[in-house]
Design a protein around this ligand. Structure first.
Ligand code: GCW
Length: 715
């Protein structure tokens, strides 16, 4: 008996000794894990109750529910909901439900409809944490802000924070098809179970909404920009309406991608010409129908005359004609059109990087007030590194919406660790020089343009049915970073990484994890496309290196179009002597970047075609420098896995293993990228390998022979 009791005692003791973080985790809870805290940390929370006076709306209930979920997780019991003040209470107040409490915040009004204030104070002799806002949504955002502060180790007893979003529209773009496949999706199927909708509303939609609301994301385009006519038929509108009902309490509006030829394809008009009265009338009726089902519908996202999609140019009308016609149909309901600037045509012999600007700049000022032009961060296509798109700062009278790609189509899918915070930040902090004294892309976005002053940012989602949501634990950070930067485009990528890591992993590991994240994107640039090289990925799926491909139907589908490597040199000449694309930037930048000497080395081959012998600032010639970058990328990938290995004692076994496996694969693929690229560029340059450099493992032919017919994510 004694022995048995002893064994039981030992078992219990061992169980208790297992730190909370050692519990198995599969990533489903994202950064909202609310794992048990030790006693000291529990005391620091100081959350004895939640105070809300009056009848709670679904949004306020979501806020209270989240605070209770978290306190239950952290402290073992949910903070009870009360109405009288008490020590240690978290008090939720708006001018409508508790005017005297809300009045504790000076200038609350200035925080607008979505802002919030968090403040620790003493009221009627009681110590409270006040979460105040002008609206219920503000309260929800404020509650999440408090949870973020608590979850990332901020000093809660000194809390005094106010925040309001700098952009109005913070929107995820799902490239989700109606059959539940996801274009460029690497995280399983679409989370939208279209087939079972509208009757069946997967519980996941609520967790999706919570995650978005925790970041302030307030819009979701549910379907792929390569859209189908069916999405605008009654059964599909009903499905979208069901999703909208679930998302509404979380402040998220639903939008749909509209196919420009919808009425024609549904055989309800004889043309899709935007200037034909029957077409405009059809879209008006359609908008009315949608708003009957979804009263707060956000509007349409449109990809037109791009990569085979129909559009106004099929009828010799302009992008503005097309956008304005749709905008008119939505205007009575206060809906908007997000019209994409991602257009290029192979029939045009001009540099692809020039085409969006050439097309849209002349239309500046001719868009309806409720149209935003949605512009990708760079002029080609979501490459590991691109200079900012020249349309930013150039469209003085048109509100521009940023389009980032959160899903990593060109950065190793969900298998490579590449934290995109630094990529987003690099674009946002780029100075367009379109104004005396400087004007960054972030400032351009925040200021908005046009009569309605619309502002916004879109992110192509990396969300799917995977247990981790994003296909890997670290890819969740890219969703997180997008949301935080959409709220504040001037936020710091490092700070965001720290915040995410502290909430997602044990706080003790946060610093090392942040460092890994911060080096990861540059590692990818180095082993894939250093020094301004771009678009060298495998055909169609964009997996792996294929710089040799030169036989595709359109010139601008071939990697050789982008690197132009030959015996003498490498790079795309976009100066006045080349494609002239550089002239689309502000004169000061165009001048600076027209000389390779004053072009940032990381953009060198984006703008210049240079001899292999070109002397780099490092003192090495271009060829040696290029190979050195590939080698650096490989060693950085190696370093990532070594740094992670050291964190083993701190991380739960399941996630530790998941990440380790991926980092090993990333290292292998970094080697592959390096070897195949070096082998190829050597074959064109005819140069010997620089001294001391390792020869590629296999022959170029072997790399060329690789095929990936079942790579994920194709449309
Ligand atoms: O990035 C490219 C992708 C396509 C995508 C297109 C776009 C949705 O390869 O899959 O199509 O851009 O942005 O429209």
């Amino acid at each position: 008996m004694k022995r048995i009791l002893g064994a039981i005692a030992l078992l219990v003791a061992t169980a208790l000794a297992v730190p909370a973080w050692a519990v198995e985790e599969d990533g489903y809870q994202l950064w909202m894990r609310y794992r048990p805290l030790d006693r000291a940390a529990q005391a620091r929370l100081d959350a004895s109750a939640i105070i809300y006076q009056g009848a709670a709306s679904p949004t306020v209930n979501a806020a209270i529910g989240e605070l209770q979920r978290a306190t239950k997780g952290w402290a073992g019991h949910a903070a009870p909901l009360r109405s009288g003040l008490q020590d240690g209470a978290i008090v939720l107040a708006t001018p409508a439900n508790a005017p005297q409490l809300a009045a504790q915040i000076d200038g609350l009004k200035t925080l607008g409809a979505e802002g919030y204030a968090l403040k620790r104070l003493k009221l009627q002799g009681r110590r409270i944490t006040l979460i105040a806002a002008n609206t219920d949504i503000g309260l929800l955002y404020g509650s999440f802000a408090w949870l973020r502060a608590a979850g990332s180790g901020a000093a809660l007893d000194k809390l005094d924070e106010r925040s309001a979003p700098k952009l109005q529209l913070r929107v995820l773009n799902h490239w989700d098809n109606l059959d539940r496949t996801v274009e460029r999706g690497y995280a399983g199927e679409s989370i939208w179970d279209w087939w079972a909708l509208p009757e069946v509303r997967d519980r996941r939609y609520i967790d999706y909404a919570r995650a978005n609301a925790s970041l302030g994301i307030n819009g979701a385009v549910l379907n792929n920009v390569n859209s189908k006519a069916e999405i605008l038929t009654a059964p599909w509108i009903a499905k979208a309406a069901a999703v909208a009902d679930v998302l509404r309490p979380y402040g998220i509006r639903v939008y749909l991608s509209a196919r420009f030829s919808t009425p024609l394809e549904l055989k309800e008009t004889a043309t899709a010409d935007p200037l034909a009265p029957e077409v405009a009338a059809w879209w008006r009726r359609k908008a009315d129908e949608i708003y009957r089902a979804i009263p707060d519908f956000g509007g349409f996202l449109v990809k037109a005359n791009s990569e085979g999609q129909p559009g106004p140019q099929d009828y010799h009308r302009s992008h503005a004609d097309g956008a304005n016609m749709l905008a008119q149909a939505l205007a009575p309901h206060k809906g908007i059109v997000m019209w994409r600037a991602f257009v290029y045509a192979a029939e045009k012999p001009v540099d692809r990087a020039r085409q969006a600007y050439d097309e849209f700049k002349p239309l500046d000022g001719s868009f309806a007030p409720n149209v935003m032009v949605q512009v990708k961060n760079g002029a080609i296509d979501f490459q590991p590194r691109e200079p900012f798109h020249p349309l930013f700062g150039a469209m003085k009278h048109t509100p521009l919406m940023m389009e980032f790609q959160i899903t990593k189509e060109y950065l190793g899918f969900a298998t490579h660790l590449a934290y995109l915070g630094p990529l987003f930040q690099e674009t946002l902090r780029s100075d367009t020089r379109q104004r005396e004294g400087g004007w960054t892309v972030a400032q351009v976005l925040e200021e908005g343009a046009g009569p309605a002053g619309l502002t916004g940012m879109a992110g192509v989602a990396n969300i799917g049915s995977s247990r981790t949501w994003s296909g890997s634990h670290f890819d969740q950070a890219n969703w997180y970073a997008f949301g935080r930067l959409a709220w504040n485009p001037q936020a710091s990528a490092r700070h965001i990484a720290q915040e995410w890591a502290a909430q997602t992993f044990p706080p003790a590991a946060a610093k090392d994890i942040t460092d890994m994240m911060m080096m990861s994107r540059e590692a990818v640039v180095n082993y894939m496309t250093p020094l301004g090289l771009h678009h060298l990925m495998g055909t169609g799926h964009h997996h792996g290196p294929a710089p040799w491909v030169d036989d595709l139907g359109r010139p601008d589908w071939n990697p050789v179009y982008y690197h132009k490597a030959d015996r003498k040199g490498v790079g795309f000449d976009r100066t006045a002597g080349g494609s002239g694309a550089l002239a689309q930037y502000a004169p000061e930048l165009a001048r600076r970047w027209s000389d390779p000497r004053s072009t940032p080395p990381e953009l060198l081959l984006w703008f210049h075609h240079l001899p292999w012998t070109y002397a780099m600032p490092s003192g090495r010639d271009l060829w040696t420098e290029l190979v050195a970058h590939y080698d650096l990328g490989v060693s950085q990938a190696d370093e990532l896995r070594k740094r992670w290995a050291k964190l083993r004692p701190m991380i739960d076994a399941e996630r530790f293993e998941d990440v380790s496996t991926l980092l090993d694969k990333q290292y292998k693929e970094a080697l592959w990228w390096r070897d195949a690229s070096v082998a190829y560029f050597q074959s064109v340059s005819g140069l010997p390998l620089p001294a001391g450099v390792r020869a590629p493992e296999r022959s170029l032919e072997e790399y060329k022979r690789q095929r990936f017919p079942f790579a994920p994510g194709r449309g």
